[in-house]
Design a protein around this ligand. Structure first.
Ligand code: ZN
Length: 255
């Protein structure tokens, strides 16, 4: 062991048994912490904030595990808005997603136009899906995303009554419209702190794009964050004509 290293270790032992010295030597304590095994795995730096990657319409038995693997390899997490019927058909994939620390949200039972349904039917879509997710090891989701971003006052009322946070998106990857990996990466270059990015985990091109997008985030000092409720509504990107439907009460933040 290098002599300086020996001294550092000895100093660490002294500080550990001498709380008075430690309290008076903040700088030295910091130096000792840096030689511990945990500190040798530095936390990812996020000086420019957080962007949430969200993946809709799964789980898929093939592409969802592949995507989770890419995220895990990078030490990042994401949020999966799953369809209740698919979750019920592939519960092991939901378990896998959660086991890697990913968040799982409610994306209805069978992906209807919610703004064309009765209040009871909207309620059924959401409660049925939450019950399925609660039943697969739980917990019941707190986040909800309306398919196609289609919503109205009825949907809003049900969402509020069920205590869910509605999450739209500030950026659409267009992966379902066969956007290329290059296009998705180029678009993600523009993402800024707090934004919520929409993807779908059923496409191989999305799985291919994600590691490159995470590298872009690294270079730009951004981290893949989680979706959190926000008191300040965020403006959404919607692909259909909306009127006052273009805000949502969520934002990307640290896990
Ligand atoms: Zn969807």
């Amino acid at each position: 062991m290098h002599p300086a290293r020996v001294w550092q270790v000895l100093l660490g032992v002294m500080l550990a048994v001498s709380p008075v010295v430690a309290a008076d030597s903040v700088g030295a304590v910091g130096g000792v912490a840096a030689i511990g095994p945990v500190a040798e795995q530095p936390a990812r730096a996020c000086p420019n904030g957080y962007v949430a990657l969200t993946f809709d319409d799964g789980p898929d038995a093939v592409t969802t595990p592949a995507l989770v693997d890419e995220l895990r390899r990078h030490g990042s997490r994401a949020t999966f808005f799953v369809i209740g019927a698919k979750a019920a058909a592939a519960p092991e994939v939901v378990v896998l997603v959660r086991s890697e620390g990913m968040a799982v949200g409610n994306h209805t039972y069978d992906h209807p136009f919610l703004d064309e349904l009765s209040e009871q039917a909207v309620t059924d879509e959401l409660t049925r899906t939450s019950a399925i997710l609660d039943g697969i090891g739980g917990p019941a989701p707190t986040l909800f995303r309306p398919p196609y971003g289609r919503r109205n006052a009825v949907v809003e009322r049900v969402v509020r009554r069920l205590g869910l946070t509605e999450v739209l998106w500030s950026y659409d990857s267009d992966d379902y419209e066969e956007a290329s990996v290059e296009q998705m990466v180029r678009q993600a270059e523009k993402a800024t702190d707090g934004e919520v990015l929409l993807f779908h985990d059923g496409y191989h091109s999305t799985v291919d794009a994600v590691p490159q997008i995470l590298d872009v985030f690294d270079r730009r000092g951004l981290c893949a964050g989680q979706v959190l409720p926000s008191a300040t509504p965020q403006q959404a990107w919607l692909d259909y004509d909306g009127d006052d439907k273009t805000y949502y009460p969520a934002v990307a933040g640290p896990w």
